[in-house]
Design a protein around this ligand. Structure first.
Ligand code: SF4
Ligand code: SF4
Length: 104
């Protein structure tokens, strides 16, 4: 099923929806210990299983949702962040949810 979104302009740097989707996302998956060690501890959740979120928003997300955002740990971000692609089902779901609160 394709979810309707207000725009098909998938500019990640003016979106941030998938980085502010849930307090339980993103979680770590197949990262090696070395990869996880590169993520600053201040951004990691208390259970060490994913990124620390504040009100559904990943603590490593910088900027204003729907305007201009950036990942403070882009080079070492979790695998699930790398695999989320603009326009895929997860992207559409996240944008649909955020569009209830923010103009995208
Ligand atoms: S992948 Fe999709 S939801 Fe995530 S920032 Fe880019 S456009 Fe937004
Ligand atoms: S680690 Fe970066 S890319 Fe992943 S959810 Fe957080 S801000 Fe977004």
């Amino acid at each position: 099923m394709t979810i309707a979104v207000p725009t098909d302009d998938f500019d990640c740097q003016s979106c941030g929806a998938c980085c502010s989707y849930s307090e339980d996302w993103p979680r770590f998956s197949l990262e090696t210990d070395e990869e996880l060690d590169r993520i600053p501890a201040e951004y990691v959740s208390a259970d060490l299983g994913g990124m620390r979120c504040e009100d559904n928003r990943c603590s490593a997300l910088d900027g204003k949702l729907g305007v201009h955002v950036g990942c403070k740990i882009y080079a070492v971000r979790p695998i699930v962040c790398r695999t989320c692609m603009p326009g895929d089902d997860e992207c559409l779901m996240a944008r649909h949810k955020l569009s209830q609160k923010v103009l995208l």
